[in-house]
Design a protein around this ligand. Sequence first.
Ligand code: DX5
Ligand code: ZN
Length: 217
Amino acid sequence: MSHKIAPSLLSADFLNLQADIEMINNSEADWFHCDVMDGSFVPNISFGFPIIKQISKIARKPLDVHLMIVDPDKYIARVKDAGAYMMNVHYEACTHLHRTATAIRDAGMKAGVTLNPHTPVSLLEDILQDVDMVLLMTVNPGFGGQKFIEHSLTRLARLKEMILKRNLRTLIEVDGGVNLQTGKRLIDAGADVLVAGNAVFADANPAEMIHKLKSIV
Ligand code: DX5
Ligand code: ZN
């Protein structure tokens, strides 16, 4: 199966979001990546459920919602109602991660667990079988356009080994500083889904950049 591309709307033109959503609809992208920030878990505030709900009305691809917020458990029903396909919560924000992942699946969504760059992938050993995806942060969460953290490749390789060793189908998504160069290295190390914000939207031809990211072999 070829890798998926999830453009991050954080870097889209909020004054003309519809045009960027249509561009993604008509591109080779697989998912819409929606970054929710609360100003507490991360030092930035982005957008919330009403915006995601509007996006879902015209998006023709699944919504991959990345919650950079404290207490994500509180919002499972809201995220579902906003139209999410995948709900990603941070490991660092969930005291009862197994309970949270189970509740996300019970609500009818796929469950993703996200790791900050400093959180050891080995901590996922006993939850891997109960989530659909691991979202590996390859920058510190909070902002688009940051520099890729090199050590992420070692983490990714370790995580891939854990998944393959147990014959699990858990996907690995990578998020932060992904471009054609880092994207290629991440795919080689086992990434299944590439999130790309700045690389797509700062390009003169975003749809063409999505095509190039999708064509990485
Ligand atoms: C950062 C967000 C990312 C962000 C990625 O906290 O989770 O999804 O949009 O942006 P780029 O691809 O520009 O690093
Ligand atoms: Zn994200």
